[in-house]
Structure formats: structure tokens, C-alpha cells
Design a protein around this ligand. Structure first.
Ligand code: NDP
Length: 239
């Protein structure tokens, strides 16, 4: 049994991770922001404990992580930095508020959470951190400059922390999904989704379970010599 924290656990990829960790017998706390109904339903379904917190608010995030570790009964063994928002817009049309909101949610929050949670991991001399990046963090997307930059930043965080925390037997890895069928892509029309599918060598779009499977493996004990890797779970989309 591992003590697990998942940020952004109320929907999509995060919710699937919560389900899979719970099935594995782990004790799970997840953070969510706006989706109270989904969070309550997920807690009922899995027994995982949900904490409402806007992760882009650093003080609120620190308080929520402390509450999460109290609920878990000790330092977390696993942190999945999954909470994220996308922004599809020309950079020239992007306001300061929009830019900072994406950076704070997708990059600053993951950095703060890694800092807070890794302290207990270092004391325990074990742990797993998984950062959910994006294929866009590697190859960049037109009209998604801020999102791509935030996800590229996560790559740097993963690489640096793998070196910094390795001597404490903590692995730090990234997962960089391609196009995954979640609410994040709900605004894309059928033609766009079909085009994205055509660009994916495995000829299908991803499901949250594709990403959750990789998260479960990285934190299973079977991947303990794997660190500092950013694993594409993208059907070959980023090749
Ligand atoms: P969804 O939009 O389906 O879910 C996003 C989750 O993040 C929700 O649980 C949401 O909580 C939470 N969240 C967003 N903002 C905040 C915040 N400020 N504070 C706390 N929680 C927050 O997205 P996905 O499941 O698709 O995405 C999960 C991760 O995967 C993200 O980091 C995303 O960038 C990444 N990704 C997704 C891809 C895709 O194609 N879907 C591709 C590549 C990467 P709530 O609803 O409660 O506010």
C-alpha cells in the first residue's frame, strides 16, 4: 500500500489515475478545484479523499498538501502532478492574466508540490514523482506557446529533480501524452479530431487509461531504475 497524492484528480487523466491507484490498494488523496460533483462521485466510487484547492494559489496548495499528508497518515510515497489547463490562442492575443494562470497552474504548482512533498520523501528515503507534461512541451504547438512553454518547463523540472532527488532513492519522471480524449479536447470539432487521429501513427486517439497505465508502472516498484525520463504516451504523435 502506497500513500498517493494526485493533483487535478476530479476528471480525465487524473480521475483515471485515482481509480487505478485505488484498485491497486493504495491510499489516495486527490486535489480538485471546480468539479465538486465529479469529485464527490469519485470519492464515493473509489474511497479516495478529495480536497478542494486551486493549485495556482501557492498558499492554498501548501495548505492542501499538508492536509493531504494528514489524511494519508504520513508522508506521501507518490506525487502525481497532473492538474493542468490548456490555452489555445495566438501569443499576441494572450493577456497577462491568461499567461500567468497557465504558468501558475501547469508549472508553478507542480514545482511547489514537488518541493513540499519531496521533503517527506527525503526523510523516508523513498518516493516517486510523476509530472504530466505534454507532447507540446517537446515539439511546441502553434497557438499554444504558453502551454507549450509551461510543459517544456515541466521537462526541465523532471530532469533536474531526478538528479537532485536520486541520491534519496526518489524517482522523478514525466509522462508526455499526445491527444487524449478528455474534457480538455471537448471543444475540438469532429474534423479536427479526425485530423489529429490521422497524424497519430497508431491510428487512434488516446484514452485516460493509456496514461494511467504508464503512471501505475512508474510507481509500481517495477521501474525503480527509471528516472529522469519523459515518456511519450502519444501513439507516436510526436515522432
Ligand atoms: P481535464 O480538463 O479533463 O482535467 C483537468 C483536471 O485538472 C481536472 O481535474 C481539474 O479540476 C484540474 N485542474 C485544472 N485547473 C486546476 C486548478 N487551478 N486547481 C486544481 N485542479 C485543477 O484535463 P486532462 O485530464 O486531459 O489533463 C490532465 C493533464 O494531462 C493536464 O496536465 C494536461 O495538460 C495533460 N495533457 C492532456 C492532454 C490531452 O489531450 N487531454 C494531452 C497532453 C497533456 P476541476 O475540474 O475540479 O477544476
Amino acid at each position: 500500500m502506497k500513500r498517493v497524492i494526485v493533483t487535478g484528480g476530479s476528471r480525465g487523466i487524473g480521475a483515471e489515475c485515482v481509480r487505478r491507484f485505488s484498485e491497486r490498494g493504495d491510499k489516495v488523496v486527490f486535489l480538485y478545484n471546480k468539479s465538486l460533483n465529479e469529485a464527490e462521485a469519485l470519492s464515493f466510487e473509489t474511497g479516495a479523499f478529495g480536497i478542494q484547492c486551486d493549485v495556482s494559489d501557492v498558499e492554498a496548495l501548501k495548505a492542501a498538501l499538508a492536509e493531504a499528508e494528514r489524511a494519508l497518515g504520513g508522508a506521501a510515497d507518490v506525487l502525481v502532478n497532473n492538474a493542468g489547463v490548456s490555452l489555445i490562442k495566438l501569443l499576441s492575443d494572450t493577456s497577462d492574466e491568461e499567461m500567468l494562470s497557465v504558468y501558475n497552474t501547469d508549472l508553478v504548482a507542480a514545482t511547489v508540490a514537488a518541493r513540499e512533498v519531496s521533503r517527506g520523501m527525503v526523510r523516508a528515503q523513498k518516493g516517486y514523482i510523476v509530472n504530466i507534461g505534454s507532447v507540446w512541451g517537446r515539439v511546441g504547438a502553434s497557438c499554444e506557446a504558453v502551454y507549450s512553454a509551461a510543459k517544456a518547463g515541466l521537462r526541465g523540472l523532471t530532469l533536474a529533480l531526478a538528479k537532485e532527488l536520486g541520491p534519496s532513492h526518489i524517482t522523478v519522471n514525466g509522462i508526455e501524452p499526445g491527444v487524449i480524449l478528455t474534457d480538455m479536447n471537448a471543444s475540438l470539432d469532429g474534423n479536427t479530431l479526425a485530423e489529429l487521429c490521422d497524424e497519430t501513427p497508431l491510428c487512434r486517439l488516446g484514452e485516460p487509461r493509456d496514461v494511467a497505465e504508464a503512471v501505475l508502472w512508474l510507481t509500481s516498484g517495477k521501474a525503480d531504475f527509471v528516472t529522469g525520463q519523459c515518456l511519450g504516451v502519444d501513439g507516436g504523435f510526436g515522432l
